[in-house]
Design a protein around this ligand. Structure first.
Ligand SMILES: CC(C)(COP(=O)(O)OP(=O)(O)OC[C@H]1O[C@@H](n2cnc3c(N)ncnc32)[C@H](O)[C@@H]1OP(=O)(O)O)[C@@H](O)C(=O)NCCC(=O)NCCS
Length: 180
């Protein structure tokens, strides 16, 4: 978790997005239960619209214990991401942000997934898997074939279930941090 947090607070150089992938919202299929409520009362859907209420996103990140990040930097990160995917629960006229992820990319070969999060009320019901599958689907639809991410130690198995491999062919992720 610490690693993930510190990465987010660092600068993320990425070209301005020239590829528009603001697709219509996609509904998640399947029956999801949470907090004892039946899903028939609500609808869960994905959106690639990056105009997300930053306070709502902050609340979601607070809910999983991530440390707060300067909102002006979060805004910039969203603007310069290649892909932003949010997952929403809609109950009547009320929409709630329940999941989020984004990816940066060179727009040709590579993309890196960041900030994968599902609200605790909705975890362990296949939502994280559905979110990741949607991210991969969107990236593949842009002909991106090399998809990477940085997994916190406690979620390595979560990503393994989705087909991600640690250190393929012995390749190691290497990091540079400014000296203090
Ligand atoms: C990691 C996270 C996104 C998973 O979301 P989720 O909705 O609970 O995951 P799912 O219910 O879709 O689980 C999918 C599969 O991964 C497994 N899984 C889920 N969380 C896991 C974890 N922390 N460790 C190992 N396996 C996990 C599930 O058992 C499930 O396996 P199955 O398909 O064989 O049943 C969610 O727990 C979360 O937001 N955590 C806090 C933020 C975080 O740590 N993000 C990752 C930063 S690298």
């Amino acid at each position: 978790m610490g690693f993930w947090k510190s990465l987010f607070s660092g600068s993320q150089a990425s070209p301005s997005p020239s590829v528009q992938i603001d697709a219509p919202a996609v509904e998640v299929s399947g029956n999801f239960n949470y907090n004892g409520h039946k899903s028939s009362e609500s609808r869960i859907f994905f959106s690639t619209d990056r105009e997300i209420d930053l306070y709502e996103l902050e609340e979601l990140c607070d809910a999983v214990g991530w440390s707060r990040r300067p909102l002006r930097k979060v805004k910039k990160a969203l603007q310069h991401s290649f892909l932003v995917i949010s997952m929403w629960e809609e109950r009547g006229s009320v929409r709630r942000l329940i999941g989020f992820s984004r990816a940066t990319s060179d727009h040709a070969f590579n993309a890196t997934i960041w900030d994968v999060v599902v609200h605790p009320d909705f975890q362990h019901q296949g939502m994280g898997k559905a979110l990741m599958k949607q991210v991969i689907k969107e990236l593949r639809s842009q002909d991106i074939s090399n998809i990477t991410l940085f997994a916190d130690p406690h979620v390595v198995d979560f990503y393994r279930t989705l087909g991600f491999m640690a250190d393929p062919e012995g390749i190691k992720g290497m990091f540079w941090y400014p000296s203090r």
